[in-house]
Design a protein around this ligand. Sequence first.
Ligand code: CP
Ligand code: NVA
Length: 309
Amino acid sequence: MKKDLVSILDLTKEEILDIFKLAKKVKKEVKAKKYRNSFNQMTLAMIFEKPSLRTRVSFETGFTQLGGHAIYLGPKDISLGLRESVPDIARNLDRMVDIIMARTFSHKSVEDLAKYSSVPVINGLSDKEHPCQVLADYLTIEEHKGKTSNLKFTFVGAGNNMSHSLMLISSMLGSDFYLACAKGYEPDDQYVQKSKEMAERNGSKVVITNDPVEAVKGADVVYTDVWASMGEESEKEIRAKAFKDYQVNMKLFKNAKPDAIFMHCLPAHRGEEVTDDVIDSKNSVVFDEAENRLHAQKAVMLTLLGVNK
Ligand code: CP
Ligand code: NVA
C-alpha cells in the first residue's frame, strides 16, 4: 500500500476490494463500536480551498467516531501557497498531525503535500480527481448490484475530475466505462489512455462519445455531475448551452436497463444536469453514495494508518 491516496491509481485492484471489505465491516460494526478507539490520540488536518458538505462532514465525523480529533483549515485559515508554500505547510503539519486530507484547486498541490509530508495525505478532490468519492460510489454499486465488474457504467457530463476517477476505477475493476459529453469537453487524454490500457487488461472497455442515448443504452449505472465544477463558475452559462442535450431526464434514463441505478456525487443542480423525477426516483441511490463516503473513508484511513484492520 502506498503512503498516500492522491489518485485512485495509488491503489491496486486488490487494495480497492480490501477497502470495500473493510468498509462493509466498519459500516456493520458502527453500533458495536468495535473501532471506536482506533484513532485514539490522533489528529486529522483537513485543508479546504473550496466549499464542501459531504467531504468535510464525512471526514470529520468518521475520524471522531473512531476516537480521533479533526481540525478544519478553511481557505482563509492557511491560504495554501499564498501565505505559505505548499511544501512548508506539509513540513509543518507532519510534525503535529497523523494524517492530512486536502481539497485543492490544483492537483499538483495535493501531490506536493504528499511529496513533502511524512504522514499520509488523502485527496479530498482536486481539479483532476476525486478518489474518495469513487471508492464510495463503487462500494454503493457493489451493495446494489452485487458486483463491481462486468457492468456498463455510463457518465453523462463534462470530462471533469469525477469523470477521470470514475474512468480509472471502472477500468481497474473491469467494468465498461462510457462517457457522453458535449464536443470540446472531453476528459484529459492521459486519463483516457491510462484507463484504456487498464480496461484492455481487465477485459472491459472505455468509450468516449458525444451521443448520450448511445452511451446510456443498456447501462447498469447512469452517473452525472454538475456541468461547471467549483472554480469554473465563470463558464456556467456557456456550459449550460453546450450541455443542454445532455440532461439526465426520464426520457434519457429510460434507455438504461430497467433496474439501472442513478448516481450523482452531489451537490446536484436540479433542473440542469438532472431532473427531479430521475434523482428522486426509486432507481436513485445518491444518498447511499453520500453515506458511503463515511464508511469508505474510515476504511481508507484505517488502512493508511495501519491500525485495527
Ligand atoms: N461529493 C462531494 O465531494 O461533496 P462536497 O463537495 O459537498 O464535499
Ligand atoms: N465536479 C464537481 C464535483 C463536486 C463534488 C466539482 O469539482 O465541483
